[in-house]
Design a binder for this molecule. Sequence first.
Ligand code: GLV
Length: 328
Amino acid sequence: MNKPAVLATRAVFPDVIARLEQHFDVQSNQDDRSWTESELIAAAQGKAALFTTPSERVSAALIGAAPSLKAVCNMAVGYNNIDVDAATRAGIIVTNTPDVLTETTADFAWALMLATARRVTESEHWLRAGKWQKWRYDTLLGVDVHGTTLGIIGMGRIGQAIARRAMGFNMRVIYHNRSRLAPELEAESHRAEYRDKAALLREADHVVLTLPYSPQSHHSIGAAELALMKPTATLVNIARGGIVDDAALVDALQARRIAAAGLDVFENEPALHPGFLALSNVVLTPHIGSATEATRRAMANLAADNLIAALTGGTPPNILNPQVLARG
Ligand code: GLV
């Protein structure tokens, strides 16, 4: 019997491809070409499943043009690149990779927050440029992190993991979320206190965004929201591009309406708003929140577990649209 055909849309760990090859006839994009939508549609023809990353858009058009698809398995916790409603209507299972990246991504939020507040990358650029001639009392002064107020917008698993780390920095934690957490989860999240978004932005010394991208969260941090923040505050985005209005953030950073920002995600990544590159008060990283060897391997293997289960009659551990299975 022919093995079902599977497409890995981007390069992935070779041993994970080898795992998939035990079950399926795998076409993989190990050259890591960035396919256009029509190239992706062409490659998806006859495939039973796609192994995707956040860079590929799995649109309603693609779903409509690939009737052989039974599953789309994303190697990411976020899945705004996939039209889940269209997939569900077409009876296609969609999965993501939560949990395995929570702690690593929370570590990275802290890395960005500390680098932003203490001007770490700016200091290194300054030093490498040969500008360090002598110690001065006012060289590269930043803002404190310890003992300040951390504001987290989006209090899911990653937000809570960021909050737990605030204990060691003796910080107060406030948060905003679509719904308030249960009291025991607030207690575990370093006694986080709920605030509406405007109050959080006014009160926090360091704001971290960890909410999912959706049409509702599009530009949820724009000029009006940035204007509420303290002039000494920092903003960190490890969530998704598009949550922040990048043009408004460039303006706010240029005018020093906020002190600094740390950004791992961008509106049109990998393209950046050119304004960011000209600014010294922004730390820029290329969407590496979950990028440790152990975590990226765990994500790739979990996406493979989901895909294998989806095509072999099992229940994928991270199915996002279980109604597809219920329909039989
Ligand atoms: C990465 O951005 C993810 O959503 O896992």
